[in-house]
Write a protein that binds this ligand. Structure first.
Ligand code: E4P
Length: 219
């Protein structure tokens, strides 16, 4: 399973590439707002970091675009700036229409804001490169569906579609477990979630125990 970082903050991205060897980056308008950057500023900074690497970067079209033609135009413009860019298009009727054109033109599309299996299947049928089911947003609103991740993965894999399932809006290590056991291809999580998950308190406790044991023998 590939690990992507869900962030537009350059310091976090640089750290995660260097220290954690992450495979990709995903952003959305909220992440850009948190990083206090317009999409063009982000593109200018991220491009030199990832070009000539295998690190993919998902960048979302302007969320105010609500017709397929405008999404297609913006997607093509951003995609042409760097081979590593994957364009995020929302799972809406206009988004799906744009996807069917873009995938035929060879633009890599990440269908975002996926909340049910039908949206995932439609994205797969129309040639999505990545499909992003949002796990955390549902849970935060009390809509916890224990089978959501596995249902999306099974439905898409059942028919041999090539789209990769990218589990998004990940909030905890449990989501990693569910995604991995379901056979999801990729997971994207925030800097904080990785930090929390890599640094399990039992590991620190165990290290303290081993330090004590080590010191006893040295006496
Ligand atoms: C990733 O591609 C999504 O945009 C993301 O996981 C949503 O994350 P957020 O809930 O942190 O905005």
């Amino acid at each position: 399973m590939l690990f992507f970082l869900d962030s537009a903050k350059l310091d976090e991205i640089e750290y995660a590439i260097k220290r954690w060897k992450i495979d990709g980056v995903t952003t959305n308008p909220r992440h850009l707002a948190n990083a206090k950057m317009k999409v063009e500023q982000f593109i200018e900074k991220i491009k030199p970091l990832v070009e000539n690497t295998n690190i993919s970067v998902s960048i979302e079209v302007n969320p105010h675009l609500n017709d397929a033609e405008s999404m297609i135009e913006e997607a093509q413009r951003i995609a042409s700036m760097c081979e590593n860019f994957v364009i995020k298009i929302p799972a809406t009727e206009a988004g799906f229409e744009a996807l069917s054109v873009l995938s035929k033109k060879g633009v890599k599309v990440n269908v975002t804001l996926v909340f049910n299996v039908v949206q995932a299947l439609q994205a797969a049928r129309l040639g999505a490169y990545y499909i992003s089911p949002f796990v955390g947003w549902k849970e935060e609103r009390g809509d916890y569906d224990v089978d959501f991740i596995s249902n999306v993965v099974r439905a898409v894999k059942n028919y041999g579609f090539k789209s990769k399932i990218l589990i998004a809006a990940v909030r905890s290590a449990r989501h990693f477990t569910e995604a991995a056991l379901a056979g999801a291809d990729i997971i994207t999580a925030s800097f904080e979630v990785y930090k929390r998950s890599f640094e399990n308190p039992y590991s620190s406790l165990g290290l303290d125990i081993f330090k004590d044991s080590w010191d006893q023998i040295q006496k």
